[in-house]
Design a protein around this ligand. Structure first.
Ligand SMILES: Nc1ncnc2c1ncn2[C@@H]1O[C@H](COP(=O)(O)OP(=O)(O)OP(=O)(O)O)[C@@H](O)[C@H]1O
Ligand SMILES: O=C(O)c1ccc[n+]([C@@H]2O[C@H](COP(=O)([O-])O)[C@@H](O)[C@H]2O)c1
Length: 194
């Protein structure tokens, strides 16, 4: 079984915070590959600043070009919307029976995990790798971290956010160091987020 870590997100745009984390997981866990699963436009969310699916996928593809263990996935583009993680995993299992998929999520997501679709099944059937995140409120060991399928990885906290990057571009500020060079050129060349 090939072990694949799945990192879900809108990646609007993918930035070096995402890449540093992905690389850390590949170098410090038993994951053999890491796939960035690009979320399609959520019909219930604000679309004003969300680039279309294919532009966001292009940027992930550019970002992972020099990382042979990383891949961009568009699997959710053709699945029913909104995408539920459990449904995406079920589909991936059917399509790749020889792969085992683990979920990668920020510590902040543990708070809402119990409200995800079929969260019990998700946790019982999948490894979940949790990375640290800064968040408001008291820091305490979450009950979920006691579960045998859920483990914490000591990745560095890089608090860059795509929202902040978009806001900076809109104001004409320089975001070059926050993005993989090819992604910066792609955004700059197309005048995105201005
Ligand atoms: N700097 C970061 N370090 C680690 N994880 C991050 C970082 N930024 C975002 N993430 C997480 O990575 C996943 C994909 O990121 P996504 O692009 O959807 O979020 P984001 O950067 O917070 O975007 P936005 O600001 O547009 O909401 C999400 O689960 C998000 O919580
Ligand atoms: O499956 C679910 O019910 C579910 C509910 C909320 C979030 N998720 C996943 O978590 C990711 C981050 O969610 P959000 O709401 O923080 O943008 C999102 O891309 C989904 O893959 C999944």
């Amino acid at each position: 079984m090939k072990k694949v870590g799945l990192f879900f997100g809108s990646f609007n745009p993918i930035h070096i915070g995402h890449l540093i984390l992905a690389n850390y997981i590949l170098e410090n866990s038993d994951m053999e590959e890491l796939w960035f699963v690009v979320s399609p436009q959520n019909p219930f969310k604000d679309k004003k600043t969300l680039l279309n699916d294919h532009n966001r996928l292009d940027m992930v593809q550019l970002a992972v070009k020099n990382y042979p263990k990383m891949r961009a996935s568009n699997v959710e583009f053709s699945l029913p919307k909104p995408s539920y993680t459990i449904d995406t995993l079920t589909y991936l299992h059917e399509k790749y029976p020889n792969y085992s998929f683990a979920l990668i999520m920020g510590e902040d997501n543990l708070k809402s995990l119990s409200k995800w679709k079929n969260s019990d099944k998700l946790i019982e059937n999948h490894q979940i790798i949790v990375y640290p995140r800064l968040f408001e409120g008291e820091k305490q060991v979450h009950e979920y971290l006691k579960h045998e399928n859920i483990s914490m990885i000591n990745a560095p906290i890089i608090e860059l956010s795509a929202t902040e990057i978009r806001n900076m571009i809109q104001k004409g500020k320089n975001v070059r160091p926050m993005l993989p060079p090819e992604v910066f050129n792609y955004i700059d060349g197309s005048n995105f987020y201005k």
